[in-house]
Design a protein around this ligand. Structure first.
Ligand code: S3P
Length: 170
């Protein structure tokens, strides 16, 4: 059995889609940011405040933990997790990776003021536009399939994610 892994930028809907997909599959959902916070006893913002490398090291450990769990899970990855080649490898080895894509304008609307995300402190739409261009190759390299979410309801996104997972896991 294989994990269903969701990747994509901040605001792509990984958390809400992950929860809904997990309900439909009868699986547990593991959110790597939540796992990082549980394991470290610090918030993502606190870890970032000690340097992004501190957060990325904790994230790498959480991704490896989740990916190597025997029970088949839905794993929602923090937006930058796929930048690390080790993370991409372990996620692809143990799961089918689905990239939730959206236009920067859509992502920006969904994250509102940034919701305390350290990387968005300097301007939400500008940063998401830049990160979308910078990170596209990493998402491409990580993903088995992509789902475009602009203008779709949560239910429609969930149906497409499950369809892509079934096709990839077959
Ligand atoms: C980050 C995304 C965040 C969180 C951290 C860094 C990123 O997760 O891991 O703030 O580099 O894109 P979400 O994508 O769940 O917001």
């Amino acid at each position: 059995m294989t994990h269903l892994v969701l990747v994509g930028l901040m605001g792509a809907g990984k958390t809400s889609v992950g929860e809904a997909v997990a309900r439909r599959l009868g699986r547990r959902v593991v959110d790597t940011d939540a796992l990082v916070e549980r394991r470290s006893g610090e918030t993502v913002a606190e870890l970032f405040a000690r340097g992004e490398a501190t957060f990325r090291a904790a994230e790498r450990a959480a991704v490896a933990d989740a990916a190597t769990t025997a029970e088949p899970l839905v794993i929602s990855c923090g937006g930058g997790a796929v930048l690390d080649p080790d993370n991409r490898d372990v996620l692809r080895a143990h799961g089918r990776v689905i990239w939730l894509r959206a236009r920067p304008e859509t992502l920006s609307e969904r994250v509102g003021g940034g919701d305390g995300r350290p990387l968005l402190a300097d301007g939400v739409l500008e940063t998401l536009t830049r990160l979308a261009a910078e990170r596209a190759p990493a998402y491409e390299a990580a993903a088995h399939a992509a789902v475009d979410t602009d203008g779709l309801s949560l239910e429609d996104v969930v149906d497409r994610v499950l369809g892509a997972f079934a096709a990839e896991a077959a």
